[in-house]
Design a protein around this ligand. Structure first.
Ligand code: SF4
Length: 93
């Protein structure tokens, strides 16, 4: 009496729904890579650690290939950010 009937939510569906809500809360972005262009010297450590996300061109200009990698790449991108010797990279989110 006075209680809502319990709804059966399977754990996997609950997890998927929570992931959707979390993604919506974060604007659909898991991680964001930011570059301090004044610091970056095009040394390429980030590319060596995560070439899917960083690329240094022939002029030693680094390009972020995907600024908003999804959550499953967080560890790899974090390692690349940590590898930058001049602290030019920041990870947010
Ligand atoms: S490791 Fe740092 S300095 Fe080197 S290209 Fe990447 S961001 Fe630039």
């Amino acid at each position: 009496m006075g209680r809502h009937p319990r709804r059966l939510v399977l754990p996997r569906l609950r997890g998927a729904r929570q992931a959707r809500l979390r993604a919506a809360h974060l604007g659909g972005v898991g991680v964001r890579i930011e570059v301090d262009r004044d610091r970056c010297e095009g040394l390429g450590m980030c590319e060596a650690m995560a070439h899917e996300f960083f690329e240094v061109d022939d002029d030693e200009v680094m390009h972020v290939l995907d600024e908003t990698p999804d959550e499953r790449h967080r560890g790899q991108v974090h390692a690349a950010v940590q590898a930058c010797p001049v602290l030019a990279l920041t990870l947010t989110g």
